[in-house]
Design a protein around this ligand. Structure first.
Ligand SMILES: NC(=O)C1=CN([C@@H]2O[C@H](COP(=O)(O)OP(=O)(O)OC[C@H]3O[C@@H](n4cnc5c(N)ncnc54)[C@H](O)[C@@H]3O)[C@@H](O)[C@H]2O)C=CC1
Ligand SMILES: O=C(O)CCC(=O)C(=O)O
Length: 421
């Protein structure tokens, strides 16, 4: 059994280390160690059978000094206060790493969306918005999609907020459908950004991406587009680890590389990839222990790589696409094995950066093409990668520590200039 990991304590350790390394006084740590605000709400939902069920929802806003709070909300049975708080803290540092004018937030509702009908999901989403409406808005806090939430859910969220206000407010949420003010490229942006990180990581490690074999855990929004863009860049996606409601966790494996476009079609048709024909099915345990893998990309949930499976990992590098996929114990094990980990707050920042573009377009009511979005997105991600990599090289710190150093230096400079400290 893995030890229970408290994400808040894990982030606090990273903040403390970075503040000390940057020579910042304790007051900086004091201001960053906990979210500024956490809202816990009960959401009554009329179920299809006429009964009322109550769900617990959360919204945590960690730090708003750099701008309005920003971050997704998820629907999952494991959603709880500490998870949402930890995820909101990661968002603050992610936005600072890429230098976009936001603080960090995250939300979620503890529920199993697989058990809810479309109507129940809509009523839950509208109820969640009504319960948190006083703390969100284009100038305050702008949610977005995360695990088990998507463009349709963002559309209901935006519609309910607009009805409460009495006028259309597209900028209250990002990741909307294009027809409602969503941005070109947002759906694909996190996977696009992870692929930029993979390319940069390969360059830094003298690896050839066009010959790389990649294993990816998760074929949801982030995992699927990461698979697609990495394969378009010549890499072979030899394995995809997944979860299915009928059989639990499993992985698909094809040593010659899975056909990702066919996998997209198969998932669109079947809602799952569990019986995809052109692959062997292996266990998730075997997935973590795969031989001859160059790059491992966790793109599912927190704590996926832990003290149990880290010793088995044979990949040359890990690129984190999920938030918090590697536990602190696994970090230490992998460091001893000499496997570098390119961290989440750098590698998955493409999503929030494209969300920033969506919000800017909503505020201007003037919309960009996908080419314009991607041509603005890529240089931001490349610069962020270079900032983190240089910090890592020049300060004898891990890549994760380097990302926190870059982020916290920017936030601390802002705090000092304002005279907060
Ligand atoms: N959607 C976005 O734009 C962003 C998402 N992220 C992070 O990326 C991760 C994935 O998010 P999304 O792709 O949006 O969620 P999603 O809900 O679209 O996909 C998650 C996938 O992981 C699979 N999964 C769940 N548990 C699993 C397990 N134990 N083993 C293997 N597969 C499992 C699910 O079946 C699903 O296909 C999360 O950590 C999220 O916070 C980070 C940045 C932006
Ligand atoms: O697009 C956004 O605003 C946030 C995405 C998100 O939740 C994340 O980066 O973890």
């Amino acid at each position: 059994m893995s030890k229970t990991i408290n994400p808040v304590e894990s982030v606090q350790k990273e903040i403390k280390f970075a503040c000390e390394k940057l020579g910042l006084e304790d007051s900086f740590y004091e201001l960053l160690k906990e979210p500024e605000r956490v809202l816990i709400v009960q959401i009554p939902v009329k179920m299809d059978d006429g009964t009322i069920k109550t769900f617990t929802g959360y919204r945590a806003q960690h730090c708003t000094i750099m701008g309005p709070a920003k971050g997704g909300f998820r629907y999952h049975p494991d959603v709880c206060l500490d998870e949402v708080k930890g995820l909101s803290m990661w968002m603050t540092f992610k936005c600072a790493v890429v230098g976009i004018p936001y603080g960090g937030a995250k939300g979620g509702v503890c529920c199993n969306p697989a058990d809810l009908s479309k109507g129940e999901l809509e009523r839950l989403t509208r109820g969640y918005l009504r319960a948190i409406n006083t703390v969100v808005g284009p100038e305050k806090d702008i949610p977005a999609p995360d695990v088990n939430t998507n463009a349709q859910i963002m559309a209901w969220f935006m519609d309910e907020f607009s009805m409460l206000k009495g006028y259309n407010v597209p900028g209250v949420v990002t990741g909307k459908p294009i027809s409602l003010g969503g941005s070109q490229g947002r759906t694909q942006a996190t996977g696009f950004g992870v692929t930029v990180a993979v390319k940069k990581a390969c360059d830094a490690m003298n690896m050839d991406m066009t010959n790389a074999k990649i294993a990816i855990q998760g074929f949801g929004n982030v995992g699927s587009y990461t698979s697609l863009y990495c394969s378009k860049n010549g890499a072979k996606i030899v394995s995809i680890g997944e979860w299915d409601k009928t059989i639990g966790t499993y992985a698909l494996y094809n040593e010659n590389g899975l056909d990702i476009e066919k996998l997209f079609d198969y998932k669109a048709e079947n809602g799952t990839i569990v019986n995809f024909p052109d692959a062997k099915r292996i266990s998730l345990n075997d997935f973590w222990a795969l031989e001859n893998i160059d790059i491992l990309i966790p793109a599912a949930l927190e704590n996926a790589i832990n003290e149990n499976n880290a010793p088995k990992i044979k990949a040359k590098i890990i690129v984190e696409a999920a938030n918090g996929p590697t536990t602190p114990e696994a970090d230490k094990i992998l460091a001893k094995k000499g496997i570098p980990i390119f961290p989440d707050i750098l590698c998955n920042a493409g999503g929030v950066t494209a969300s920033y573009f969506e919000w800017v377009q909503n505020l201007m009511s003037f919309y960009w093409t996908e080419e314009e979005v991607n041509s603005k997105l890529e240089p931001i991600l490349i610069n962020a990668f270079d900032d983190v990599y240089n910090m890592h090289k020049h300060n004898n710190v891990s890549l994760r520590q380097a990302a926190y150093l870059v982020a916290i230096k920017r936030i601390a400079d802002n705090m000092k200039m304002r005279g907060r400290i």
